[in-house]
Design a protein around this ligand. Sequence first.
Ligand code: NAD
Length: 476
Amino acid sequence: MTATNEPSFRESVDLMFNRAASLMDLPPGLEEKIRVCNATYTVRFGVRLRGDIHTFTGYRSVHSEHMEPVKGGIRFALAVNQDEVEALAALMTYKCALVETPFGGSKGGLCIDPRQYEEHELEQITRRFAYELAKRDLINPSQNVPAPDMGTGEREMAWMADQYARMNTTDINARACVTGKPLNAGGIAGRVEATGRGIQYALREFFRHPEDVQKANLSGKLVGKRIVVQGLGNVGYHAAKFLSEEDGSRIVGIIEWDGALYNPDGIDVESVRQWIVKHGGVSDYPDATHSADGAAVLEAECDILIPAALEGVINLTNADRIKAPLIIEAANGPVTAGADEVLRKKGTVIIPDMYANAGGVTVSYFEWVKNLSHIRFGRMQRRQEEARHELIVSELERLDRYLGDAWSMSPDFKSKYLKGADELELVRSGLDDTMRIAYQSMREVWHNRDDVEDLRTAAYIVAVDRVAKSYRAKGL
Ligand code: NAD
């Protein structure tokens, strides 16, 4: 747990912001304007369940409206509080600027343990929360567009979108009021996997730059790298699955709420996930050593540590014992400002949350655009693209016949080349491009400025500079 003398999550974000701002040349007053949270709405509402009225507390915080709509997930967890929601909203502002999605930053949360409720009860609670937010334009396609976060997913987003549509029966763009919806309710292919996929693309891009890999005292590519992941939820599961199945990395540790699994030979991510679905946790999983003290496995020997669960898990109480030379922050705020300082001095390279987990908001952006354009990506071009490819292939086949044995097409070339891109391929391509370009913009500052020691400061400098330019363009 976080040491008591450490700053809160929001103060931690502000400290990291200040560190970057001190290296920038922002006009007086603008720095303060960008840092502060514009508004936080607190709502307490009652829902009749099991014969009694239960009162719930929820928040929606808007950090910056330099671009609208503002964007950010809604979290369902008991620990949700105003400080946390404001910290997460601020991170959304910087994240959207860094990956160039045209949104301001927002975040929401409901104090609830979703595991304590039946599905129909959760639906009632979610719809009521959505009603409270929508009637104040805190859910609205052109003003504030929520998405999933911890404890929420496609199901909750579908309820929220439907609630908004019921309240705005003539709004032709109603579906764009939240993202992360199921495909049959206006969602987009690849949104569920997007944040984990983004972690994979971020690591691939990092390993394309040998100087950066060397800064982390590592060498080579992702293949064979030993990874510990904390949290096998949406983000952690997809990241660990793709990295082990597609990049040849070895998942040696998995930390969950009920302890950790460790196996130096590698753990089968899919089979652990199925175990969790069936048994609720990782305890008693047969093919790895289980330890009840999950957090201790954060300190295990590995090449890459992926905290993908909660904030503040790497703090002043354990930072000096973290052995991983490379940390990629899949969760928001897993490293406190104090721990960040300790790790920086140790030479640990941290790929910061603001960049690392931006895959979710990037694909949410694609979903929002899809909803506003009312057409699936690729629907107009796919067959036309295939027809043009067919022309080339038939020409090659003519050549093939003419040249005889001297030349022939490789066996799977034709089927691969002929296939036009579907929505999923287009989404992955857009995400990959976004993750590569954003990494390059960060590393340019990291390498070119002597006063910038780490990727986090570089990320803040790129993001804050863009937000500042937006405000200036508005005449502030
Ligand atoms: P999730 O609810 O799907 O998964 C969280 C996982 O962490 C669960 O498996 C849970 O059992 C586990 N967990 C809970 N307490 C734990 C503990 N003490 N130790 C270890 N594991 C624990 O949530 P998610 O959507 O995967 O989000 C995880 C993090 O990623 C959050 O910080 C969230 O803000 C961030 N994030 C999520 C998205 C997204 O698209 N879902 C996008 C950006 C950032």
